[in-house]
Design a protein around this ligand. Structure first.
Ligand code: DAH
Length: 358
């Protein structure tokens, strides 16, 4: 019995001192394994007399139970410790800002689109959308471009096969049909921009069959050319991030506006590219005008009560001017090397307060 107490004290102190699960397993084997100390004592029981067998057997069983329990306890403690150490090492502070994605890039068209939306929503414009597949009425007729109007020829329209009614739908050639849809579905005052894809059968260094436009539309009971000029000026300054910009409104013609104008901004061309704002040369950036009374009538608005202005410009062209990308076709080639060079960091969202482009 003396023996057993000593053995017990030894085993338990070794368990208490074990530092790793492996060391603990070695201890278990040396005590309770096939050739373990306690197992060896169990084997000796057979040789004892009945009384001794009873007391020694009970004591051995108790020892075995206690060793097992301590082994389990220690095992749990070591596992908890290991887990805590691991968690400490993998510590993740969920309140930190996310790591900016280093690989993904924002396409210049998306970047410019976001800049435009930031500028115009700050001026209280809403974003409107319309379908890419349009009908003749919305794309042409209601914009005061009746059949046989020469302006139709200028649009290089993609037509779809005639429907059961014989009418041919088309891929919208500009974002102006969104003006019509908005005026037909909403009551003035209206202030919208409509960015989106447009399609024309045309392809060279500055034209692609699919391109992007931004349409602007304001309709109210008292809207003047002065409001149009102020809006365009604020937009151009914000977009090109300059305090002063030389601008001219050049008389022009669009069937859906009267009077109509094209807006040029001053610029300076050099080997390094084009600098927008000042300079001796001019660069055309958009078309605009006061909504033609006929267009208002097509949209069931009384031209005596309502007036408004509209403008339209090419988003890809704005991106080329602002970010100096020479060939428009490369915009839609999906060449990753091009995107890595001209693209924008994913989390640099353009804001007027923080800077549109950084
Ligand atoms: N829709 C014209 C185009 O595609 C652009 C445009 C010019 C839109 C003048 C307008 C505008 O709203 O007033 O060429």
């Amino acid at each position: 019995m003396q023996n057993l107490d000593k053995l017990k004290a030894e085993i338990l102190s070794e368990i208490a001192a074990a530092k790793t699960p492996d060391a603990l397993e070695t201890l278990r084997i040396s005590a309770l394994g096939k050739k373990g100390h306690i197992t060896a004592l169990m084997k000796e029981l057979g040789a004892l007399g009945p009384e001794q067998k009873k007391t020694f057997g009970a004591a051995l069983n108790q020892l075995k139970g206690e060793v097992n329990a301590r082994l389990q306890e220690k095992k749990n403690a070591l596992e908890t410790k290991a887990l805590n150490a691991q968690l400490e090492q993998d510590h993740l502070d969920v309140t930190l800002p996310p790591e900016p994605a280093s690989e993904g890039r924002i396409h210049p068209v998306t970047q410019v689109l976001e800049e435009l939306m930031e500028i115009f929503t700050a001026m209280d414009f809403k974003i409107a959308e319309g379908p890419h597949i349009e009908d003749d009425f919305h794309n042409f007729t209601a914009l005061n471009i009746p059949p046989e109007h020469p302006a139709r020829q200028m649009h290089d329209t993609f037509y779809l096969k005639p429907g059961t009614d014989g009418a041919r739908k088309l891929l919208r050639t500009h974002t102006s049909p969104v003006q019509i849809r908005t005026m037909l579905s909403e009551k003035p005052p209206i202030r919208i921009i409509a960015p989106g894809r447009t399609f024309r059968s045309d392809s060279d260094a500055t034209h692609t069959p699919m391109f992007h436009q931004l349409e602007g539309l304001v309709v109210d009971e008292f809207t003047t050319m002065g409001h149009l000029k102020g809006t365009i000026e604020a937009f151009v300054k914000a977009f090109f991030e300059v305090d002063d910009v030389k601008m001219r409104f050049r008389p022009s013609y669009f069937p859906f506006t009267e009077p109509s104008a094209e807006v040029d901004v001053g610029c300076e061309r050099s080997k390094a590219g084009i600098k927008i704002g000042t300079g001796k040369e001019w660069m055309e950036i958009l078309g605009c005008g006061m909504i033609h009374p006929k267009v208002l009538e097509y949209c069931n608005l009384d031209p005596k009560k309502y007036q408004g202005f509209a403008f339209g410009c090419g988003i890809d062209r704005l991106a080329m001017l602002k970010y100096g990308t020479p060939d428009l076709r490369a915009f839609f080639d999906s060449d990753l090397r091009w995107l890595r060079h001209y693209g924008f960091r994913a989390l640099d969202i353009p804001t007027l307060a923080g800077g549109l482009s950084r």
